[in-house]
Write a protein that binds this ligand. Structure first.
Ligand code: ATR
Length: 282
């Protein structure tokens, strides 16, 4: 990569930031398309978030990704929000539109794209069982609603969060049915029987630690399983899915790649080289 006087800067704000894959993914994509852009990680402490955002305008940074713990906190400093970002209440991508900072959320669309490409599955008209009602869960739930799922059952350890999310979504999507259930074995089992797509948006299984209250015999072969976790690549849920003969079961790597690819397109206006981005992350 050659930095010149014309190089356009993009990057990512997070705290901590050293574990991010995004610089690898985006710089590989810029390089592949011969675009004069450079993607830089910025360690931004929560108390410095406001001045970091002001620096986007001051330094004419073309855009940034936003990661933990800033995804919600950035909203009050932005000039506009996309429909998804507004509904989700979180931003993972900022576009610097001639000094106006516009917040997007590409996580949800990245999930939908990955589900389509990696699991050959459309959400429209489907019944979804979503486990997890945290930040990631909310993004997925909103995207499923925007895509026209027929029903979304939200299971969470803290039932109150699932109930609040179901209530919130019911207000915005009148034609879709939303339910909240506790993260308990028999309740999950009842829901699995009736569902088309099972999604894990909790941290259970991350680095192989923690198990969902689901066993191999609870799964049916035609279920589509999407685990947002990608580390390890074969998560505990995917392990039992394989043993149960589930045909479509994928991890969250595709979501990571596609959320990045959509951000890339927002900043550059160019079609993202998804395969290059995937190779860089792998
Ligand atoms: P993220 O941004 O990754 O979604 P989060 O907002 O902290 O992170 O949400 C984490 C999700 O994992 C939540 O659904 C959380 O359940 P609670 O809302 O009850 O906290 C879930 N989770 C984390 N650890 C869990 C555990 N040990 N058992 C069950 N659920 C867990």
């Amino acid at each position: 990569m050659k930095i010149t006087g014309k190089t356009k800067i993009v990057g990512i704000f997070g705290y901590p930031i050293e574990h991010t894959f995004s610089p690898l993914m985006h710089n590989a994509a810029f390089s592949a398309l011969g675009l004069d852009y450079c993607y830089i990680p910025f360690e931004v402490r929560p108390e410095d978030l406001k001045s970091a955002l002001e620096s986007i305008r001051a330094l004419n940074i073309r855009g940034v990704n936003i990661t933990v713990p800033h995804k919600e906190a950035v909203i009050k400093y932005l000039d506009g929000l996309s429909k998804e970002a507004k509904l989700i209440g979180a931003v993972n991508t900022i576009e610097n539109r001639n000094g106006r900072l516009i917040g997007h959320n590409t996580d949800g669309r990245g999930f939908i794209k990955s589900l389509l490409e990696d699991a050959k599955t459309k959400v429209k008209g489907k019944s979804v069982l979503l486990i997890g009602a945290g930040g990631a869960g909310k993004g997925v739930a909103v995207s499923c609603a925007l895509e026209g799922a027929s029903e979304v059952v939200i299971a969470n350890r803290t039932i109150k969060k699932a109930e609040e999310l179901a209530k919130y979504l019911s207000r915005h999507f009148k034609k879709i049915k939303f339910f909240a259930i506790p993260l308990e074995k028999h309740k999950i089992l009842n829901a699995i029987v009736k569902t088309d797509i099972l999604i894990n948006a909790t941290s259970l299984g991350l680095q192989g630690k923690g198990l969902l209250p689901i066993s191999q015999k609870d799964l049916h072969r035609d279920l589509v399983i999407y685990d947002l976790i990608y580390n390890p690549q074969i998560t505990p849920l995917l392990k039992i899915a394989r043993r149960a003969g589930v045909k479509k079961a994928v991890n969250g790597l595709g979501m990571l790649i596609h959320q990045g690819a959509i951000a890339f397109q927002i900043w550059t206006g160019k079609k993202p080289p998804v395969d290059v981005m995937k190779k860089a992350v792998l």
